[in-house]
Ligand binder design. Sequence first.
Ligand SMILES: [Zn+2]
Length: 676
Amino acid sequence: MADPQYATLEAYDGVRFAWNVWPLSRIEANRMVIPLGLMVTPLKRTDSLTSLQYEPVRCRGCQGILNPYSQVDFASMIWLCPFCYNRNSFPPHYQGITEGQLPGELFQEAVSVEYVLQQPVRAPPSFILVLDLSQSLEALTEMKQSVKQMLQMLPEYCLVGLITFGAMVTVHELAASEIPRAYLFRGTKETTAQEVAKLLGLGLVQYKRQAGMPGPSGTPGIGRFLLPYSECDYTLESIIDDLQPDRQPSSRKQRLVRATGAAVGVGVGLMENCIPGTGGRLMVFTGGPCTTGPGAVVGLALEDSIRTHRDFEKSAGVKQFKKACQWYESLGRRMAGSGHCLDVFACSLDQVGVAEMHDAVSVTGGVVVLAETFSHEIYRKSLARLFELDENGYLQMFFNATFDVIMSKDIRVSGTTGPVTSANNKSPLASEVELGVGGTTSWRLCALSQATSLGMFFEVAASHGTVLEPGQILCLQFQTQYQHPSGQHRLRVTTVARPWAEPNAPEIASSFDQEAAAALLARQALFRCSQEDVFDVLRWIDRILIRVASKFGDFTKDNPASFRWPPSFTYLPDFLFHLRRSQFLQVFNNTPDETAFYRLTLEREGVQASMLMIQPTLTSFTFEGPPQPVLLDVASMRPDSILVLDTWFMLVVHYGKTIVEWRKAGYHLQPDQDAF
Ligand SMILES: [Zn+2]
């Protein structure tokens, strides 16, 4: 594998560069084939993180935040910004600092610090449940059970809301009352935020904040449709208990009428009205495809089969697909605009339309879980994992973030890939050549975890022949401001530096981190898949490999046998080979929903997880020594070994013939066979 020093650095600051030394020349940077990029995990959990209970000190020139790479002149109390070289004076309360008494953000090891900001969050995290009633009684019962288990994991201050759907969409009022009240929406219609507000009478009822309770006040709809779980647990659970399968005439020739798209639309409108600009999840639990209204995936007649990858080759199959995609794209934009995310829990033997929903989930950072039933282990464990609490009793999900990159004028940012949308900060430091979501130096993330990773691409702005000053470093700063479930706004600031080098300096090639580069190439390939034919993406990967080989390989002309990769590139061809034939780019044997799910997962994971997904590891356990990684080859199957295949998505265990016989004989139960 690649040089372990890069993984060690990543554990410290959450950043991995494809090239750890950059050439100070635009032309040379372009010739390097693999872009100057990096993988960053903005909220990575690190042991070295410093928490600061005050507001950050910003550079007046570029908004960069004071960091260990800033030069400080203690005599005149001035600090030099490492990004724009502006000289800044310290605020009055910093006057006491000396070389021996530094504020936390200036410590050498404080590459990653987190400010707890004064401004509190307006509302706690919200969870709107959208439940599918077009299911058999058995499936619905399992779904209700799992949802109730999930609610029990929810901290009681979180806001919850409930929408159910079958042929119609129902918004339930959760305020305790004698007669439960609910509002009906047509399942065949697209509903705007204004229509939702009008029909639900939002803006009329004001929720009075009770003393001592963290919570919002004065927002329409809160107190009726969204309540802290502690105040509506009884009402909510009794409504869920009473839910029955949607009453529809049963027919062997027809699918159930299921207005998933309209229900998501109503949910988005409800959130826009009730909790604009504060974090929330719209959690859709569904047991089949949407068959009516906006976002319909397939018609009602069972003789019309649901789309496959092959149908996309024909224009007729694409029409309905595109229409549904457009609906979810528009919902995704609205959700991203107000800081909310879409989660889909699809438990069905059939496809439900995740491929159509892909964009809305992708840009908002939601999660997708695919399983066969609501009692399936994968579904139950995934749901429980999402709601795991940290050691302080807080959810480990973060909301409504903005991600900014600060850099020196020698660098331009081309774009970012991952669960982001552009925050349209049209800075001159945003490159005109876009790679991923570009044209900005600032992005929005509606929901993220400690593992959410972004792929970023940069270019060098310095012209060829720019004089390199001794010790000149390139500095980048990532500022992630987000809503923490504790009700605080926090700002994570990570500052990283790498050396510049003369064009063609040998240290550039030897600083190549092939794992980070492969993860970035995978991100680029996925981004291309959303815009062009997969066939062209495969050709693009081939061209990359050929160009990298001719630029960095060591060979004598016209003698193929003489070709050698430099040591820092040896695994790259393998990675690209596996990427080419992975389920991310090859659709054979997968449904469009599965392909969408795989791509969604890869486009937000970090370097190590991406590696595992692209090139699964096979580990052999024998009595002859410690576990060993072995080749993904039939030859690795030996009678006296146990093989474990880890593909990230699943774990496969293979027992050799002799091992099986030993196990049948019960050797593993004998106390003197502990090793077994
Ligand atoms: Zn500055």
